[in-house]
Ligand binder design. Structure first.
Ligand SMILES: Nc1ncnc2c1ncn2[C@@H]1O[C@H](COP(=O)(O)OP(=O)(O)O)[C@@H](O)[C@H]1O
Ligand SMILES: [Mg+2]
Length: 397
């Protein structure tokens, strides 16, 4: 394949490793400066110029978009998507991950455990929010910080309030987050590629510091994650729309708490700590996926009026229980079942012989009128996310 690594730092460890890994595998790899693209919207087809010339054909891109150029960088990535060039991380995914609030909203919607977090604007709401997340000491975070900058531990409510007021008066939006004491200045970075964790490390903060970022003097060591931690990391990356991601987890008393999902994870720390070829795993994954550029399914399926996507639940007392999909009569009603979710498992593309059980959730595409009567009633208030069971995290020898 011919791959473009979008990066402003051609000499950085990560960029060099990715380029070398691609070349080693017989691919053509170019490092292109994200800010030297011009997005051309004048023609019939979406197009891109690079350094003033029309860009040649690429099969894939690997965006490494720094936080200082998120807006322009995601616009370039989106343009590649529109040109049907494969990218493991979509513009939407990168945008989701960049904003800590947006990331938290998306993850909590899907039942991923996170430290309790609040977002407020009015002065009067600050103290109640701090109390809701568990009181002082409390963590205050800038929405778009990186490398630990903009993450503050406030020892008491009054101090937290003053910090928040100061930041807000400087037009900064902040998150208020429960301080996960039991993490004791340590966190876990899981490097997710596709649907697996390819490498993981634990970071430990220096001295009295609670932030474990390497840029704050934190040290790293390889770690073998148990199933629960791996599953949580992969789910978090997938929900965000990222196929290559660094997922940061705190070791909470009741299991993993997702703190952050990074869309351009650095490779130096994790490759050094684990001695694993993470760059190679990323390139191999992309080479496997190149034939399948991202498409916005909802958008593409919303073609004809009266048709759409809906999730239907098989009610215990309904006449669907025990029937096969063929017998269910859904097909005759112009409803196609794309997936069946049962408990935590998924059956993709179920066949006509598939037998339905009570509480199965069917992701369907079909006539909205036919599906309307089958859509479950909205719960008044979503139930609280269940905490994951406690499980210690084993060290690697
Ligand atoms: N709620 C929290 N409880 C305990 N430690 C935290 C919490 N939030 C952040 N930290 C520590 O601070 C570090 C930086 O926070 P993070 O949200 O990842 O910001 P950044 O994007 O700047 O890395 C984390 O790696 C972790 O060690
Ligand atoms: Mg972080």
């Amino acid at each position: 394949m011919k791959i473009a690594i979008l990066s402003r730092a051609p000499r950085s460890y990560s960029t060099q490793r990715l380029r070398a890994a691609a070349i080693e595998r017989g691919h053509v790899a170019k490092v292109l400066n994200t800010l030297r693209f011009a997005i051309d919207l004048s023609g019939d087809e979406p197009d891109l110029q690079f350094r003033g010339k029309r860009l040649s054909q690429y099969d894939a891109i690997l965006p490494r978009i720094g936080s200082s150029i998120t807006y322009y960088g995601t616009a370039v990535v989106r343009q590649f998507e529109q040109m049907d060039v494969y990218t493991p991380n979509t513009a939407n995914g990168i945008g989701n991950a960049r904003d800590k609030l947006r990331a938290n909203q998306i993850l909590s919607r899907h039942g991923i455990a996170m430290p309790p977090t609040a977002f407020v604007r009015n002065r009067a709401d600050v103290i109640p929010a701090i109390e809701r997340v568990g009181g002082a000491p409390v963590v205050v975070k800038l929405l778009e910080g990186t490398q630990g900058i903009g993450v503050i531990l406030a020892p008491e409510i009054k101090v937290a309030e003053a910090i928040i007021e100061t930041l807000q008066s400087a037009r900064q939006n902040v998150l208020i987050q429960h301080f996960v004491k039991e993490a004791r200045g340590r966190d876990v970075r899981a490097l997710v590629v596709g649907d697996r964790v390819v490498a993981a490390m634990r970071r430990t903060a220096k001295g009295e510091e609670f932030r474990s970022n390497v840029h704050r003097g934190g040290t790293v060591e390889a770690v073998q994650l148990d199933d629960e931690y791996q599953r949580t990391a992969v789910r978090a990356a997938q929900i965000m729309g990222l196929k290559v991601a660094g997922v940061d987890l705190l070791e909470g008393a009741d299991g993993p708490l997702v703190m952050e999902v990074n869309s351009s994870p650095g490779l130096e720390g994790i490759e050094t700590a684990t001695k694993l070829d993470v760059a190679g795993a990323i390139i191999d994954y992309i080479a496997n996926q190149v034939a399948f550029p991202q498409i916005d399914v909802r958008e593409r399926l919303a073609v004809s009026t009266g048709y759409g996507v809906a999730e239907l639940v098989v009610h215990g007392d309904a006449d669907l229980v025990g029937k096969t999909l063929t017998e269910s009569g859904l097909r005759e009603r112009d409803i196609t079942v794309l997936t069946v979710h049962r408990g935590t498992g998924v059956i993709p593309n179920p066949g006509g012989h598939h037998v339905l059980a009570a509480e199965d959730r069917l992701l369907c595409w079909g006539r909205l009128e036919e599906m309307r009567s089958m859509i479950p009633e909205r719960p008044k208030r979503r139930p609280r996310v269940k905490k994951l069971p406690k499980q210690p995290l084993p060290d690697t020898p």
